[in-house]
Design a protein around this ligand. Structure first.
Ligand SMILES: *Cc1c(COP(=O)(O)O)cnc(C)c1O
Length: 465
């Protein structure tokens, strides 16, 4: 019987699982963490995981697998060609996507590299509700241009608008006209919209985009890393959707597209894996050639048989409505708790993460001193919490004079691993924010002392100003 229905709905959010195996956490002192962060160049990506108490760096591949997934690990068929584990993954993915060609990859970005190196190239333009960072990097690496056009409601961090992950439909129409449809590499709908606050995209928006793409003969990709979470939001927030299952909503979403890219490390509930599905046989052949050259044979991509078992089981489990209810509500628990403490959070709370507006929290730190990085560092030093800047460190560029062109927002992302932390862990995180309030008047941030050319946030080093 579902805990989410019925008369006696419990007020407390109970995790719909019990714990069978535990992973101890190391308790550290503030002095220890200050030293470790300095050694890491003030970039939490450089910290060792056992020096972190609550790790909210990413929800990617960090989830806890179920007993069914672990049982699948033992069933993994490691045959090079035609493995049973591949047949299982392929059938689950075909059932979900309705697309005839399924290419396994070791992660989502490998699927992106394969598809966008064929659709991209100099002179091509890609348009998205917001490109995720690896998506943008893979597109720009081919010489193509990536343009983000989130809906105007996305800029208002406080309104209750239920689908702030939507694309700006009028903007899409205009861009296709301006650039010429033959120059559009693809339109990419990211569901949920990771880099724009983890916000959902409505079915109506997806349908409108699909109609525009069809009318203009433009290729439509669903970046569906969190397609189950997005489907839950559609079911619970959009008119005429509540009688469908989340899985049916996901299928309907994918029916609208030409291709589906997914990282199994998100809603695949697995620690590794990715996939690309396609409808067009010619494009599938080109992609398959690249897959074999760079990832592996068609029946494993970069994956071992046991990874494919875990991925297949995860793709089924993720559509369990009690799981999705717990997942979305537990993220909201943290976000609503922060809002109650007057921490400026992106509202409404998204599916996999809570986003904090660091520029608003630290109004005295100038953008070129990276207020988001300052908050990320403060959270580690104060509470051993690791999280990620999603602002000008991640998306900033330089003009010809070397001056920073900042990102649209200075956000910090607290991403919640799936089925890993309990409510008391989240209560601890809320408590740490009390000490952040006392430093929010600070005036200096960080400067970058080293950065690579692409995806600089992963390996950049900083100095405290
Ligand atoms: C994580 C992610 C990717 C890339 O997947 P990896 O498995 O990390 O390579 C692409 N798009 C979105 C929206 C993501 O969240």
């Amino acid at each position: 019987m579902s805990m989410t229905k019925g008369a006696a709905q419990p007020k407390i959010l109970t995790e719909p699982f019990k714990i069978k195996m535990v992973e101890p956490l190391k308790i550290t002192t503030e002095a220890y963490r200050i030293e470790k962060l300095r050694e890491a160049g003030y970039n939490p990506f450089g910290l060792m995981a056992d020096d972190v108490f609550i790790d909210l760096l990413t929800d990617s591949g960090t989830g806890a697998m179920s007993e069914r997934q672990w049982a699948g690990i033992m069933l993994g068929d490691e045959s090079y060609a035609g493995a049973k584990s591949w047949q299982r993954l392929e059938s689950v993915v075909k059932d979900l996507s309705g697309m005839p060609f399924v290419l396994p990859t070791h992660q989502g970005r490998a699927a992106e590299r394969i598809l966008y190196s064929i659709l991209g190239g100099k002179g091509k333009v890609f348009i998205s509700n917001t490109h995720f960072d690896t998506t943008r990097a893979n597109i720009e690496y081919t010489g193509a241009e990536a343009i983000d056009i989130p809906c105007p409601e996305n800029m208002d961090a406080e309104s209750d608008f239920p689908f702030k992950g939507n694309i700006d439909v009028a903007g899409l129409y205009k861009l296709i006209k301006d650039y010429g449809r033959e120059n559009i590499g693809a339109v990419i709908m990211t569901v949920t919209n990771n880099s724009a606050g983890g916000q959902p995209v409505s079915m109506q928006n997806l349908r409108e985009v699909s109609a525009i793409c069809t009318a203009n003969d433009v290729f439509l990709v669903i970046d569906g890393c969190r397609i189950a979470e997005n489907s839950y939001f559609i079911k619970h927030r959009e008119a005429l959707q509540q009688d469908k299952s989340c899985k049916d909503i996901a299928r309907e979403t994918l029916d609208l597209a030409d291709a589906f890219i997914m990282s199994g490390k998100k809603d695949g509930l697995s620690n590794m894996g990715g996939l690309l599905t396609l409808r067009d046989p010619e494009l599938a052949t080109k992609c398959t050639n690249l897959l074999i050259i760079s990832e592996g044979f068609t029946s494993y991509g970069g994956l071992s048989g046991r990874d494919m078992e875990a991925f297949a089981a995860g793709l089924e489990e993720v559509f369990d409505e009690d799981y999705l209810h717990y997942r979305i509500r537990s993220t909201a628990f943290l976000g609503e708790g922060l809002k109650a403490k007057n921490i400026p959070v992106m509202w409404p709370i998204g599916g996999h993460a809570v986003y904090i507006d660091a520029a608003e929290l630290y109004p005295n730190i100038p953008v070129h001193e990276y207020p988001g990085q300052a908050l990320v560092c403060d959270l580690y030093e104060n509470g051993g919490i690791r999280c990620c800047e999603v602002g000008s460190v991640m998306f900033g560029k330089y003009d010809d004079a070397g001056k920073l062109i900042p990102a649209r927002k200075e956000l910090v992302r607290l991403a919640i691993p799936r089925r890993v932390y309990t409510q008391s862990h989240m209560e601890y995180v809320l408590e740490v924010f009390d000490s952040i309030h006392s430093v929010s008047g600070r005036t200096r941030g960080y400067k970058i002392t080293y950065e690579p050319g692409f995806l600089r946030h992963f390996t950049a080093r900083f100095e405290k100003l």
